[in-house]
Design a protein around this ligand. Structure first.
Ligand SMILES: Nc1ncnc2c1ncn2[C@@H]1O[C@H](COP(=O)(O)OP(=O)(O)OP(=O)(O)O)[C@@H](O)[C@H]1O
Ligand SMILES: [Mg+2]
Length: 279
């Protein structure tokens, strides 16, 4: 069965889309069959990588028709498909809000198409709403990029805890909220990241009783992420140094069952991503 990861934050602009796109491509390059789902009405993820084969529809069609038929597009990266965001006016939010099974429908639909994939990665918008709820409830594992300043990190902690608490009762409807992994993201100095991780582990997360873990892996602030995005390329292919290393460490900590494959891939000589991609 596929594992669904939802990238979520109650804050905008923290790096969700960049993280979703790069994590997905790295996992595709080690041979995992990966499906991206763009659950942000602003379709940044949908155009992150070139599309090789467009489906007729996207997320609206998937959720409203309750069928995956004609909703999965193929990216030019081997093993990486995507359900694009096709809702520029944000109508889907309202539809989900007013449909009895609205918030749990995505969860059930993804579980139905997951035989074709090893991993499903859902990107969300940085604001609370019915579509964000649906994406959170679809997840086996939640991943949150956390800004490396203590004040925004604390604000993040409060917002995220509130969101998780609000959705907690959905467990009774067969949609338990998955555990959350916080990633200190866009870090200038590793020393600061360690301090913040320590603080967060100590104060804000104590009350979540194990539901939230702050990962040891951190993602550096690096122009490589922006350069790779401009070239519409995964960052690990563009910068096979620090970016590959950081993304590999993150992937391995999030998905321990893939850590051997990830580290083997990272150690392989240049060009190995092609082999990995077709494996
Ligand atoms: N590791 C990084 N280092 C430097 N810049 C980065 C990094 N990751 C992302 N960025 C840049 O930060 C900006 C915001 O990133 P991104 O769009 O991924 O955030 P987001 O959380 O998806 O935003 P939104 O809430 O608007 O959807 C982008 O310009 C991106 O190129
Ligand atoms: Mg985004």
């Amino acid at each position: 069965m596929a594992l669904t990861l939802t990238i979520v934050s109650t804050k905008g602009g923290v790096g969700k889309t960049t993280l979703a796109a790069n994590l997905a491509a790295l996992l595709a390059d080690i041979g995992q069959r990966v499906l991206l789902v763009d659950a942000d009405p602003q379709p940044t993820l949908s155009s992150y990588y070139p599309i090789a084969d467009f489906a007729a529809g996207g997320l609206t069609r998937l959720i409203v028709d309750a069928s995956a038929e004609g909703t999965v597009s193929r990216t030019h990266i081997a093993n990486l498909d995507i359900v694009v965001s096709d809702d520029p006016e944000g109508r889907l939010q309202n539809w989900i809000l007013h449909t009895p099974d609205g918030r749990v429908r995505l969860r059930h639909l993804l579980r139905r198409i997951d035989g074709r994939y090893d991993l499903i990665i859902v990107d969300t918008q940085g604001a609370v709403g019915p579509l964000q709820d649906a994406a959170v409830l679809a997840a086996d594992l939640l991943v949150s990029p956390i800004p490396p300043e203590i004040l925004s990190a604390r604000e993040f902690a409060r917002g995220t805890l509130a969101m998780l608490e609000r959705l907690r009762p959905m467990a009774a409807l067969g949609a338990p909220v998955g555990p959350l992994r916080g990633v200190i993201y866009r870090v200038d100095r590793t020393r600061d990241a360690r301090g913040i991780a320590g603080e967060l582990r100590k104060e804000s997360y104590a009350e979540s009783r194990g539901g939230i873990t702050i990962l040891d892996a951190v993602i550096p602030a690096s122009v490589a992420f922006r350069e790779a995005a401009t070239r519409r390329e995964p960052v690990h292919r563009w910068d096979r140094g620090r970016s590959l290393e950081a993304m590999t460490a993150l992937g391995a900590e999030l998905l321990p069952h893939l850590s051997e494959d990830l580290f083997r891939f990272a150690a392989a000589p240049k060009g190995a991503e092609q082999e990995g991609g077709e494996a």
